[in-house]
Design a protein around this ligand. Structure first.
Ligand code: ADP
Ligand code: MG
Length: 262
Protein backbone atom coordinates (compact mmCIF):
# COMPACT_ATOMS: atom_id res chain seq x y z
CA UNK A 1 0.00 0.00 0.00
CA UNK A 2 1.18 3.50 -0.79
CA UNK A 3 2.39 5.68 2.04
CA UNK A 4 -0.33 7.96 3.44
CA UNK A 5 0.06 11.66 2.71
CA UNK A 6 -0.75 12.55 6.30
CA UNK A 7 -1.11 10.24 9.25
CA UNK A 8 -2.01 10.86 12.87
CA UNK A 9 -1.14 7.88 15.06
CA UNK A 10 -2.80 7.47 18.43
CA UNK A 11 -2.87 11.17 19.26
CA UNK A 12 -3.81 12.17 22.80
CA UNK A 13 -4.02 15.74 24.06
CA UNK A 14 -4.69 16.63 27.67
CA UNK A 15 -5.30 20.10 29.04
CA UNK A 16 -4.81 19.49 32.76
CA UNK A 17 -7.56 17.06 33.71
CA UNK A 18 -9.42 17.44 30.42
CA UNK A 19 -8.70 15.01 27.59
CA UNK A 20 -9.47 16.91 24.37
CA UNK A 21 -8.22 14.12 22.07
CA UNK A 22 -7.91 10.50 23.13
CA UNK A 23 -6.01 7.99 21.03
CA UNK A 24 -7.14 9.53 17.74
CA UNK A 25 -5.77 8.03 14.53
CA UNK A 26 -6.50 9.27 11.04
CA UNK A 27 -4.98 9.05 7.60
CA UNK A 28 -5.21 10.98 4.39
CA UNK A 29 -4.31 8.51 1.70
CA UNK A 30 -2.86 9.03 -1.75
CA UNK A 31 -3.62 10.21 -4.34
CA UNK A 32 -3.40 13.89 -3.47
CA UNK A 33 -6.65 15.76 -4.03
CA UNK A 34 -9.13 14.12 -1.69
CA UNK A 35 -11.37 16.01 0.69
CA UNK A 36 -11.41 14.46 4.16
CA UNK A 37 -13.61 15.92 6.88
CA UNK A 38 -13.62 15.77 10.65
CA UNK A 39 -17.01 16.28 12.24
CA UNK A 40 -18.40 16.07 15.74
CA UNK A 41 -20.47 18.07 18.22
CA UNK A 42 -19.08 21.26 19.77
CA UNK A 43 -16.16 20.56 22.06
CA UNK A 44 -15.46 17.15 20.49
CA UNK A 45 -11.81 18.08 19.94
CA UNK A 46 -11.76 18.94 16.23
CA UNK A 47 -9.90 22.25 16.48
CA UNK A 48 -7.45 20.76 18.96
CA UNK A 49 -6.66 17.97 16.50
CA UNK A 50 -6.12 20.51 13.72
CA UNK A 51 -3.84 22.61 15.90
CA UNK A 52 -1.69 19.56 16.60
CA UNK A 53 -1.52 18.55 12.93
CA UNK A 54 -0.41 22.05 11.94
CA UNK A 55 2.05 22.49 14.82
CA UNK A 56 0.17 25.05 16.90
CA UNK A 57 -0.19 22.57 19.79
CA UNK A 58 1.97 19.64 20.85
CA UNK A 59 0.29 16.29 21.43
CA UNK A 60 0.63 14.83 24.91
CA UNK A 61 1.38 11.56 23.16
CA UNK A 62 1.18 10.07 19.69
CA UNK A 63 2.81 10.77 16.37
CA UNK A 64 2.08 12.83 13.28
CA UNK A 65 3.66 11.88 9.96
CA UNK A 66 3.67 13.84 6.72
CA UNK A 67 4.76 11.71 3.77
CA UNK A 68 6.20 9.31 6.33
CA UNK A 69 8.29 12.00 8.01
CA UNK A 70 7.72 12.56 11.72
CA UNK A 71 6.53 16.15 12.16
CA UNK A 72 5.24 15.79 15.74
CA UNK A 73 5.92 18.98 17.67
CA UNK A 74 7.61 20.87 14.81
CA UNK A 75 6.88 24.60 14.60
CA UNK A 76 4.01 25.66 12.30
CA UNK A 77 6.31 27.37 9.78
CA UNK A 78 8.46 24.23 9.50
CA UNK A 79 5.37 22.11 8.90
CA UNK A 80 4.17 24.67 6.33
CA UNK A 81 7.50 24.42 4.52
CA UNK A 82 7.04 20.64 4.43
CA UNK A 83 3.68 21.08 2.71
CA UNK A 84 0.94 21.21 5.34
CA UNK A 85 -0.75 24.56 5.90
CA UNK A 86 -3.66 25.69 8.00
CA UNK A 87 -5.89 28.31 6.43
CA UNK A 88 -5.30 31.91 7.43
CA UNK A 89 -7.92 33.26 9.82
CA UNK A 90 -9.59 36.65 9.92
CA UNK A 91 -6.89 37.81 12.31
CA UNK A 92 -4.29 37.60 9.54
CA UNK A 93 -6.28 39.89 7.23
CA UNK A 94 -5.15 43.53 7.01
CA UNK A 95 -8.00 45.94 6.19
CA UNK A 96 -5.85 48.31 4.11
CA UNK A 97 -4.12 45.70 1.95
CA UNK A 98 -5.63 44.49 -1.31
CA UNK A 99 -6.49 40.86 -2.07
CA UNK A 100 -3.40 40.64 -4.31
CA UNK A 101 -1.18 42.06 -1.56
CA UNK A 102 -2.46 39.47 0.91
CA UNK A 103 -1.61 36.57 -1.37
CA UNK A 104 1.80 38.11 -2.15
CA UNK A 105 2.45 38.45 1.57
CA UNK A 106 1.62 34.81 2.19
CA UNK A 107 3.92 33.94 -0.71
CA UNK A 108 6.93 35.17 1.26
CA UNK A 109 7.09 31.73 2.83
CA UNK A 110 7.97 30.30 -0.54
CA UNK A 111 10.46 32.87 -1.68
CA UNK A 112 13.74 31.61 -3.07
CA UNK A 113 15.77 34.74 -2.42
CA UNK A 114 17.07 35.65 1.02
CA UNK A 115 15.87 38.79 2.81
CA UNK A 116 19.17 40.50 2.00
CA UNK A 117 18.79 39.84 -1.72
CA UNK A 118 15.30 41.32 -1.62
CA UNK A 119 16.51 44.42 0.17
CA UNK A 120 19.33 44.85 -2.36
CA UNK A 121 17.04 44.14 -5.31
CA UNK A 122 19.36 41.44 -6.66
CA UNK A 123 18.37 39.49 -9.80
CA UNK A 124 17.09 36.43 -8.00
CA UNK A 125 14.83 38.65 -5.88
CA UNK A 126 13.52 40.46 -8.96
CA UNK A 127 12.83 37.18 -10.73
CA UNK A 128 11.05 35.93 -7.62
CA UNK A 129 8.82 38.96 -7.65
CA UNK A 130 7.72 38.27 -11.22
CA UNK A 131 7.20 34.55 -10.69
CA UNK A 132 5.35 35.09 -7.44
CA UNK A 133 3.21 37.82 -8.96
CA UNK A 134 2.11 35.42 -11.69
CA UNK A 135 1.51 32.72 -9.11
CA UNK A 136 -0.55 35.06 -6.92
CA UNK A 137 -2.72 36.00 -9.89
CA UNK A 138 -3.19 32.32 -10.74
CA UNK A 139 -4.33 31.58 -7.18
CA UNK A 140 -6.72 34.54 -7.16
CA UNK A 141 -8.19 33.25 -10.44
CA UNK A 142 -8.63 29.75 -9.01
CA UNK A 143 -10.43 31.25 -6.00
CA UNK A 144 -12.57 33.38 -8.35
CA UNK A 145 -11.15 36.54 -6.77
CA UNK A 146 -9.54 38.12 -9.87
CA UNK A 147 -12.19 40.83 -10.07
CA UNK A 148 -11.31 42.02 -6.55
CA UNK A 149 -7.53 41.59 -6.81
CA UNK A 150 -6.96 45.32 -6.27
CA UNK A 151 -9.76 45.81 -3.72
CA UNK A 152 -8.79 46.53 -0.12
CA UNK A 153 -9.85 43.82 2.31
CA UNK A 154 -12.01 46.33 4.25
CA UNK A 155 -14.37 46.47 1.24
CA UNK A 156 -14.73 42.70 0.80
CA UNK A 157 -17.81 40.82 2.08
CA UNK A 158 -17.37 37.96 4.55
CA UNK A 159 -17.71 35.28 1.86
CA UNK A 160 -14.84 36.70 -0.15
CA UNK A 161 -12.66 37.26 2.93
CA UNK A 162 -13.01 33.57 3.69
CA UNK A 163 -11.89 32.73 0.16
CA UNK A 164 -9.00 35.15 0.56
CA UNK A 165 -7.91 33.30 3.70
CA UNK A 166 -7.91 30.11 1.65
CA UNK A 167 -5.99 31.83 -1.16
CA UNK A 168 -3.34 32.87 1.35
CA UNK A 169 -3.01 29.28 2.49
CA UNK A 170 -2.62 28.16 -1.11
CA UNK A 171 0.07 30.77 -1.73
CA UNK A 172 2.51 28.58 0.15
CA UNK A 173 1.78 25.78 -2.36
CA UNK A 174 0.78 23.16 0.20
CA UNK A 175 0.03 19.53 -0.51
CA UNK A 176 -2.33 19.44 2.43
CA UNK A 177 -4.61 22.35 3.34
CA UNK A 178 -6.38 22.37 6.71
CA UNK A 179 -9.63 24.33 6.85
CA UNK A 180 -11.27 24.88 10.25
CA UNK A 181 -14.94 25.75 9.72
CA UNK A 182 -14.36 27.64 6.47
CA UNK A 183 -18.09 28.11 5.79
CA UNK A 184 -19.15 29.29 9.26
CA UNK A 185 -21.11 32.53 9.09
CA UNK A 186 -21.57 32.37 5.32
CA UNK A 187 -25.02 32.59 3.75
CA UNK A 188 -26.22 29.60 1.65
CA UNK A 189 -25.18 31.22 -1.61
CA UNK A 190 -21.69 32.05 -0.32
CA UNK A 191 -21.42 28.53 1.12
CA UNK A 192 -22.33 26.89 -2.19
CA UNK A 193 -19.76 28.99 -3.97
CA UNK A 194 -17.05 28.29 -1.37
CA UNK A 195 -17.82 24.55 -1.45
CA UNK A 196 -17.48 24.48 -5.24
CA UNK A 197 -14.19 26.36 -5.03
CA UNK A 198 -12.88 24.03 -2.33
CA UNK A 199 -13.64 21.09 -4.64
CA UNK A 200 -11.76 22.85 -7.43
CA UNK A 201 -8.77 23.42 -5.17
CA UNK A 202 -8.69 19.72 -4.29
CA UNK A 203 -9.04 18.70 -7.94
CA UNK A 204 -6.07 20.98 -8.65
CA UNK A 205 -3.85 18.74 -6.54
CA UNK A 206 -4.26 19.70 -2.88
CA UNK A 207 -5.55 17.31 -0.25
CA UNK A 208 -8.06 19.15 1.90
CA UNK A 209 -8.73 18.32 5.54
CA UNK A 210 -11.85 20.06 6.70
CA UNK A 211 -13.61 20.71 9.99
CA UNK A 212 -17.10 21.91 9.30
CA UNK A 213 -20.43 22.29 11.05
CA UNK A 214 -22.54 22.62 7.94
CA UNK A 215 -23.46 18.97 7.49
CA UNK A 216 -24.99 19.51 4.07
CA UNK A 217 -21.68 20.96 2.88
CA UNK A 218 -19.70 18.14 4.53
CA UNK A 219 -21.83 15.44 2.92
CA UNK A 220 -21.56 17.11 -0.48
CA UNK A 221 -17.84 17.70 -0.47
CA UNK A 222 -16.16 14.84 1.42
CA UNK A 223 -14.55 11.69 0.09
CA UNK A 224 -14.17 10.44 3.67
CA UNK A 225 -15.45 11.58 7.03
CA UNK A 226 -14.06 11.01 10.52
CA UNK A 227 -16.30 11.54 13.52
CA UNK A 228 -15.03 12.76 16.90
CA UNK A 229 -17.13 12.50 20.04
CA UNK A 230 -15.81 13.68 23.40
CA UNK A 231 -12.27 13.50 22.08
CA UNK A 232 -12.53 9.96 20.71
CA UNK A 233 -12.95 8.87 17.13
CA UNK A 234 -16.19 6.92 16.96
CA UNK A 235 -16.56 6.41 13.21
CA UNK A 236 -14.92 6.75 9.83
CA UNK A 237 -16.28 6.24 6.34
CA UNK A 238 -17.85 7.63 3.21
CA UNK A 239 -20.63 10.22 3.58
CA UNK A 240 -23.24 7.50 2.99
CA UNK A 241 -21.70 5.25 5.64
CA UNK A 242 -21.50 8.08 8.17
CA UNK A 243 -25.06 9.22 7.53
CA UNK A 244 -26.31 5.70 8.35
CA UNK A 245 -23.98 4.95 11.25
CA UNK A 246 -26.08 4.37 14.42
CA UNK A 247 -23.29 5.58 16.74
CA UNK A 248 -23.00 8.82 14.80
CA UNK A 249 -26.74 9.42 14.84
CA UNK A 250 -26.74 8.68 18.57
CA UNK A 251 -23.88 11.14 19.14
CA UNK A 252 -25.77 13.87 17.38
CA UNK A 253 -29.14 13.28 19.09
CA UNK A 254 -30.23 16.38 20.91
CA UNK A 255 -28.48 18.64 18.44
CA UNK A 256 -30.58 20.85 16.24
CA UNK A 257 -31.83 19.09 13.13
CA UNK A 258 -30.80 21.78 10.72
CA UNK A 259 -27.29 21.75 12.13
CA UNK A 260 -26.73 18.05 11.61
CA UNK A 261 -28.96 17.41 8.63
CA UNK A 262 -28.27 13.67 8.89
N1 ADP B 1 -6.06 25.67 25.16
C1 ADP B 1 -6.97 24.97 25.83
N2 ADP B 1 -6.91 24.86 27.18
C2 ADP B 1 -7.81 24.13 27.85
N3 ADP B 1 -8.84 23.47 27.29
C3 ADP B 1 -8.97 23.56 25.96
C4 ADP B 1 -8.04 24.32 25.16
N4 ADP B 1 -8.43 24.21 23.86
C5 ADP B 1 -9.53 23.43 23.86
N5 ADP B 1 -9.85 23.05 25.10
C6 ADP B 1 -10.97 22.16 25.47
O1 ADP B 1 -10.83 20.96 24.72
C7 ADP B 1 -12.11 20.49 24.28
C8 ADP B 1 -12.11 20.38 22.77
O2 ADP B 1 -12.09 21.70 22.21
P1 ADP B 1 -12.01 21.95 20.65
O3 ADP B 1 -10.90 21.17 20.08
O4 ADP B 1 -11.97 23.42 20.45
O5 ADP B 1 -13.40 21.35 20.16
P2 ADP B 1 -14.20 21.55 18.77
O6 ADP B 1 -13.30 22.27 17.82
O7 ADP B 1 -14.54 20.17 18.34
O8 ADP B 1 -15.42 22.33 19.11
C9 ADP B 1 -13.13 21.46 24.82
O9 ADP B 1 -13.64 20.94 26.04
C10 ADP B 1 -12.34 22.71 25.08
O10 ADP B 1 -12.89 23.49 26.10
MG1 MG C 1 -13.50 24.09 16.76
Amino acid sequence: MRQPILEARNITKRFGGLTANEDVSLRIDAPIGQVVSVIGPNGAGKSTLFKMLSGFLKPTSGQILLHGQDITGLAPHRIAQLGLVRTFQETTIFPDLTAMEHVSLAHQLHRNASDLEVVLGLPRAIQDEQTLGASAREILALMELSAVADTQARHLPQGLLRLLGMAMGLATRPQVLLLDEPYAGLNPEETNRAVAITRKVAAGGVSVLLVEHDMKAVMAISDRIHVLYFGKKIAEGTPAEIRNNPQVIEAYLGQEDEEIGL
